[in-house]
Design a protein around this ligand. Structure first.
Ligand SMILES: Cc1cc2nc3c(=O)[nH]c(=O)nc-3n(C[C@H](O)[C@H](O)[C@H](O)COP(=O)(O)OP(=O)(O)OC[C@H]3O[C@@H](n4cnc5c(N)ncnc54)[C@H](O)[C@@H]3O)c2cc1C
Length: 544
């Protein structure tokens, strides 16, 4: 339910979320799908609708798929958005155009943030356990050890809500982070950028172009639904009022189109690029996620995507603990798993900005020469084209299988599992995650994983909502003659991708334990599964 300043606030909830930005709403959708009582508190009357995120990755779409919203969201994206860095003379320095579908979705998509945020918002209405209240500002909170008491101000009246956990998804200026006294370290780039969004795309060229022009670097991005974004670097003495005035905008646009007067401006705004990382993402019963926990320059389009990664990581843990399936210690892994990857994304974004936007002609000249040279070396070119520089999340610590020497056990452990097409028991081809659902899944190549687990082990996994799958070659999926115990489903490997994946694991094993966020928790050989199962039940902090 979505309410406003007149809505009665619940007195007590499992999870209170500060902020109805994309991160807060994604967490609330995940929790709603698992029936966890959740309250989203948003200070604004309406969602933010000024220009922000335009680049969405495949991991993010995979998360939205888990929420049952990906198809609706994908209808507001342009898939396989190429990104090209070009010199002042129009020569391509680097082109980024990955074609992979390893996680089930295109790796680079353009989108319009307010449109997708609106879908996330509408998605919350599906859940009786979620209440969203607009015009409700969180002014303070008190973590008393066994619960958090949250002060909510609405039109001058303050109410108190008791929550088992509080999540601050309240953006870069987060009062949750500040109240916890958590440092937010990093640098604020002195450069500012003016962002101009246009209706009826007057440029038309598909893709994203970063024009490395030292006089004034600029960006031109084709957006879905016939829109266009252009961004120009702002110099020190320039003022927002002048740049964003009708005359200022037209002057800037004259650099990229012959008749700026005819362009229909949707909105324009000046931004400063920050790189910041919170010292920690959790303190007691309070968590921070999204921009509240990290800020990064937009060059890799990863602020939004990193926030959705936080949301995906935290919400299944909150759900398992709220439902009594796991103990609270599970929640401690959120900070350990997410912080390092957020840092890697910040570093990548800062580096990309440094390469793209120098205003010194000498530095630009050197960059262009080096870039053109690298572009002529096929392996280097492929490295950029296929976007191999993007740090893929890999957990080295947290809810994963470790050896007795505290090393990650298994080459695939801690990495995201691929999402190929599979045939379900009715013979319908579907995306893997649509069949696996939202809980833990144990998949075995060529056999039923339950055959190798003891009944009490199967029972403990089932108590966590775990589902069991035997993955078989597509040729056998309707004729499989092996042993299948009750409760195990057969999946047909539609294109052979799972066969390849399991073959690549070599001696590591043929039975994989997947976390709800579809990261590999561990991998086992059939006759060694008891050891791995016991260790992972501990890692999940499974309740007895
Ligand atoms: C110009 C620009 C371009 C960008 N491009 C990209 C891109 O291409 N790709 C990408 O991944 N990211 C991009 N980003 C970043 C992306 O927009 C943000 O990372 C993302 O919106 C963060 O989401 P969030 O939910 O963490 O915070 P926000 O969206 O900022 O939401 C925070 C919410 O909390 C509310 N709030 C704050 N305090 C309180 C309080 N005390 N009580 C109640 N409510 C409160 C706010 O009103 C707000 O609605 C871009 C950003 C900008 C500015």
């Amino acid at each position: 339910m979505t309410g406003n300043a007149n809505t009665n606030l619940p007195k007590k909830v499992d999870v209170a979320i500060v902020g109805a930005g994309p991160v807060g709403m994604t967490i609330a959708n995940f929790l709603g799908a698992r029936g966890v009582s959740t309250l989203v508190l948003e200070q604004r009357k309406e969602l933010i609708d000024y220009p922000r995120g335009v680049g969405m990755d495949d991991e993010c779409l995979r998360s939205f798929q888990a929420l049952g919203l990906a198809d609706e969201i994908a209808a507001n994206t342009t898939p396989d958005q190429k990104m090209r860095f070009v010199t002042a003379q129009g020569r391509t320095l680097a082109s980024i155009e990955p074609k992979t579908r390893v996680f089930g979705w295109p790796r680079r998509n353009s989108f319009i943030q307010p449109m997708v945020d609106a879908i996330l918002h509408a998605g919350l209405d599906r859940f009786d356990s979620v209440t969203t209240v607009m015009e409700a500002e969180v002014t303070a909170f008190d973590d008393q050890g066994d619960a958090v008491f949250v002060d909510v101000s609405r039109r001058g009246v303050t109410d108190r809500v008791e929550a088992r956990w509080l999540v601050g998804c309240d953006g870069g200026r987060s009062i949750v982070r500040k109240s916890l006294g958590i440092g937010f370290e990093g640098v604020t780039d002195s450069t500012r950028w003016v962002v101009i969004d246009l209706h009826d795309d007057p440029i038309g060229r598909p893709g994203s172009y970063l024009h490395c022009v030292p006089e004034r670097p600029f960006v031109s991005i084709a957006l879905p639904h016939g829109k266009r974004r252009v961004e120009f670097m702002v110099f020190d003495k320039e003022k927002e009022e002048a740049l964003c005035s009708q005359e200022g905008v037209r002057k800037l646009l004259s650099r990229v189109m012959p008749r700026p007067k005819d362009a229909r401006v949707m909105r324009s705004r000046v931004y400063t690029h920050n790189a910041r990382l919170a010292r920690r993402f959790q303190k007691g019963r309070v968590f921070i996620a999204g921009d509240a926990a990290h800020l990064m320059p937009v060059w890799q389009g990863q602020g939004y995507n990193s926030g959705i990664r936080d949301a995906t990581n935290l919400s299944w843990k909150l759900a398992m603990v709220a439902r009594g399936e796991a103990s609270e210690a599970l929640l401690d892994s959120y900070d350990r798993e997410r912080r390092d990857h957020a840092k890697a994304m910040i570093d990548l974004s800062v580096t990309a900005g440094k390469i793209f936007s120098p205003t010194s002609k000498t530095v630009s000249w050197l960059r262009d020469r080096l870039g053109l040279l690298m572009n002529a070396i096929p392996p280097v070119k492929r490295y950029f084209v296929e976007m191999r520089f993007k740090p893929m999340p890999r957990y080295h610590d947290g809810v994963i299988m470790k050896t007795t020497h505290d090393k990650v056990e298994g080459n695939a452990t801690g990495k995201m599992f691929p999402q190929p097409g599979v045939f379900d028991t009715a013979g319908v081809r579907r995306r893997l995650d649509d069949i696996l659902g939202l809980d833990i899944a144990i998949l075995s190549w060529g056999n039923d994983p339950q055959l190798f687990l003891k009944p009490d082990e199967c029972a403990r996994w089932s108590k966590l909502g775990t589902r069991f799958f035997a993955v078989v070659p597509n040729t056998q999926h309707r004729s499989f003659q092996g042993n299948i115990l009750p409760g195990t489903e057969i999946l047909g490997d539609a294109d052979g991708a799972l066969h390849e994946w399991f073959a690549d694991q070599g001696g590591d094993g043929s039975i994989v334990f997947l976390r709800p966020d579809r990261f590999v928790a561990g991998i086992a050989n059939p006759q060694d599964i008891g050891r791995v199962s016991a260790a992972l039940l501990n890692a999940f902090h499974a309740a007895r």
